[in-house]
Design a protein around this ligand. Structure first.
Ligand code: PMP
Length: 353
């Protein structure tokens, strides 16, 4: 009986930040951008010739690749596109992590990495962050099957610079190194330029955060032709059309609107500074953030309890019940108004408990 069940895949999936159906919540739990996409991207969607949707999209989304290549100052052959950067990273794991040796990443990091390792049977080993939650590049020395590190790291929000990436690359000439730059625009540091120096460096990025287009699903990778051509081959062995025609049109308009992009980033960075300062004044420890979220704790207070309390006040933040960070909360930087509400409710919580 139920013999067929023994062949079903038994896997524990990644759990994203809760998406509530309520529209009156202050949603600071999924690192979404509080501002709308570029008006030019909205216009591109509104004026999109919907009747052309009967056709498949551009075979390899070259027009959007070209816009991204121009923005970063690389060639179109150095750009790969996918359905969100989760898709790009999952394909990269399949394309590059085929060694018997374990791949390496920090113990506290994006919790999708172990899920992909289990899905694709990739051995992995985690390297503990320091007591200050920084990544020590020396931990990534020695033979391995590959390295993946988000910069800024998530959920710690800490961003490293050129010296760190160069050290990592010097230690890892024998494997592919992926730097996940999902939040890099909020730190104004990117290691894309180093892909010209290191053929085994792949940098992934997304339109979901800094470009306010999480709903469209546009992710990309930048790297040497040697890496990008293998990624293309893996994608084309799985699903040829990962980027739809609407995303291509809106994506191009978004990349070209640098003025709106920079203004939005500036606004978020300013609110991040204000939120960090005010929380520190209240007694929180807040890590220096290079992302559109902050990571905070309060000695002697129960952060899980605060997270639950805020939820009852319709303020959603993120709590991870994981070793070492189970008394921290991750809070997405929202608008100034959302930040006012958040801070008011946090003060009520601290005052009342
Ligand atoms: N990398 C990191 C570190 C993230 O936090 C996220 C968002 N959950 C992603 C990649 C993927 O984002 P997306 O698929 O929307 O591009």
């Amino acid at each position: 009986m139920n013999e067929w069940k023994k062949n079903l895949r038994n896997i524990e999936p990644y759990v994203p930040g809760e998406q509530s159906k309520d529209t009156d919540i202050v949603k600071l739990n999924a690192n979404e951008n509080p501002y709308p996409p570029s008006p030019k991207a909205i216009e591109a969607i509104k004026s999109f010739p919907a009747e052309t949707l009967r056709l498949y999209p551009h075979a390899d989304a070259t027009p959007l690749k070209k816009a991204i290549a121009d923005y970063y100052g690389v060639g179109v052959e150095n750009v790969f596109l996918g359905n969100g950067s989760d898709d790009v990273i999952a394909l990269s794991f399949q394309a590059f992590f085929n060694s018997e040796l374990p791949i390496l990443y920090p113990d506290i990091t994006y919790s999708f990495y172990p899920v992909w390792c289990r899905l694709f049977d990739i051995p992995y080993e985690t390297k503990p962050l320091g007591a200050d939650f920084r990544i020590n590049p020396d931990d990534y020395r020695g033979k391995n099957g590959g390295v993946i590190i988000p910069n800024p790291n998530a959920p710690t929000s800490i961003c490293e610079g050129d010296a760190f990436i160069k050290k990592l690359m010097e230690y890892n000439g024998g494997s592919v190194v992926i730097i996940d730059e999902a939040y890099a625009d909020f730190s104004r540091y990117s290691c894309v330029k180093l892909t010209k120096e290191y053929e085994n460096l792949l940098v992934t990025g997304t339109f979901s955060k800094s470009r306010s287009l999480a709903g469209l699903r546009i992710g990309f990778a930048i790297g040497s032709k040697a890496l990008i051509s293998v990624l293309e081959a893996v994608k084309n062995s799985y699903n040829s059309y990962t980027v739809d025609a609407l995303s291509i049109a809106a994506g191009i308009a978004s990349v070209k609107d640098t003025e709106y992009f920079n203004a939005t980033i500036d606004r978020i960075i300013n609110t991040r500074t204000r939120l960090t300062d005010e929380l520190r004044t209240l007694g929180f420890t807040v890590l220096d953030s290079g992302a559109n979220f902050i990571f905070a704790t309060y000695e002697g207070r129960n952060m899980r309890d605060m997270f639950e309390y805020l939820k009852t006040k319709k303020v959603f933040i993120r709590y991870f019940n994981l070793p070492r960070i189970d008394n921290y909360v991750r809070i997405t930087v929202g608008t100034d108004e959302e930040t006012d509400t958040l801070l008011r409710e946090i003060k009520n919580y601290l005052g009342g408990k």
